[in-house]
Write a protein of this length. Structure first.
Length: 181
């Protein structure tokens, strides 16, 4: 006779594997509503392989691995749940240029961050000397926008596009806007 514990206790640790397994099986039988006579395992007693054949023995991949057989023995499933999975639609577009409107922008207040602080100070010491060149395209920005203020120091800015206000502010401090292809 097996004892049915209502909760876990330290003595469970000392219980052997078989006793704890049978206790679990006993609990499972209590919760099962189906009559034992009608269960599949009872029906299959006396049939050696229990419905899983002899050769493969209920192993490996009887339907093929992964998506195998989508056009053949799994066709019904693919047609029903994944219509349009196979085949092509429409025409090819050769040399398609994706994202032609890609245009990263930088504002005037961040413009001097594209060169080092040391470079800015070196050019600030010599106002009559050559103006520093800031290449926005090399830094990854195509368009210069006019938000913010520039220090009163001439600067040459290279970019593909300039907004009207950015151009005005750069020229106001004595700088120049150079358009790049």
């Amino acid at each position: 006779m097996y004892i049915l514990y209502s909760s876990w206790c330290p003595s469970d640790v000392a219980v052997g594997f078989h006793e704890s397994y049978f206790r679990f099986a006993f609990l499972f039988q209590l919760s099962s509503k189906m009559p034992t006579k009608k269960t599949k395992t009872r029906k299959l007693r006396g049939h050696v392989s229990h419905g899983h054949g002899r050769i493969g023995k209920h192993r490996k991949h009887p339907g093929g691995r992964g998506n195998a057989g989508g056009m053949h023995h799994h066709r019904i499933n693919f047609d029903k749940y994944h219509p349009g999975y196979f085949g092509k639609v429409g025409m090819r577009h050769y040399h398609l240029k994706r994202n032609t409107v890609h245009c990263p922008t930088v504002n005037l207040d961040k413009l001097w961050t594209l060169v080092s602080e040391q470079t800015r100070l070196n050019y600030a010491k010599k106002p009559e000397g050559p103006a520093p060149i800031i290449d926005a395209v090399r830094a990854g920005y195509f368009k210069v926008l006019g938000k913010g203020k520039l220090p009163k120091q001439p600067v040459i800015v290279k970019a593909k596009f300039f907004s009207r206000r950015a151009e005005e502010k750069i020229k106001a401090v004595g700088g120049a806007c150079v358009l790049m292809a």
